[in-house]
Write a protein that binds this ligand. Structure first.
Ligand SMILES: [Zn+2]
Length: 149
């Protein structure tokens, strides 16, 4: 699928690039209040998940699962949220979000209305772990990509 004009995820990484493979990349989103917020972005332009062939769908979801597992191991979140919306940017990407029961929106979605004040101290504690998270992500994804060849 050819790059689409005016598509921000065709034009740029879409966040801090953590890892890039042939088919997909992982970025850290800059979403205030949610430090453990990553996205698995399909490199080629595809609007809907079912636009991908079955083998590519499997590849995409395996990457999502690998990111989820690293976030669970390193951040011990209350819950992982997975979502693919694409209403604003219709270029396939999965949100992989570490949620904590103290975060400003829990148990609502990160896109819903806040339920409490942000806890900046705890957010900073999570943010301090992100270099370790991202080193682990690179290692896990490199190992996985090598296993595919
Ligand atoms: Zn695109």
């Amino acid at each position: 699928m050819t790059p689409q004009a005016h598509c921000p995820l065709c034009a740029a990484d879409g966040g801090a690039l953590i890892w890039r493979g042939d088919r997909l990349r992982v970025i850290r989103a800059a979403e205030a209040g949610f430090p453990g917020f990553y996205r698995v972005v399909w490199n080629a332009h595809a609007a809907e998940f079912s636009d991908l062939p079955a083998a590519d769908r499997a590849l995409c979801m395996e990457a999502v699962a690998l990111v989820e597992r690293v976030l669970r191991e390193r951040l011990a979140p209350t819950k992982i949220n997975l979502a693919a919306l694409g209403n604003m940017v219709a270029h396939l990407h999965w949100h992989v979000i570490a949620r904590h029961d103290w975060d400003s929106h829990f148990p609502g979605a990160v896109w819903a209305t806040a339920q409490r004040e942000r806890d900046l101290t705890r957010e900073a504690q999570v943010a301090e772990l992100l270099p370790q998270v991202e080193a682990a992500l690179k290692q896990v994804l490199d190992t996985w990509a090598a296993s595919l060849h």
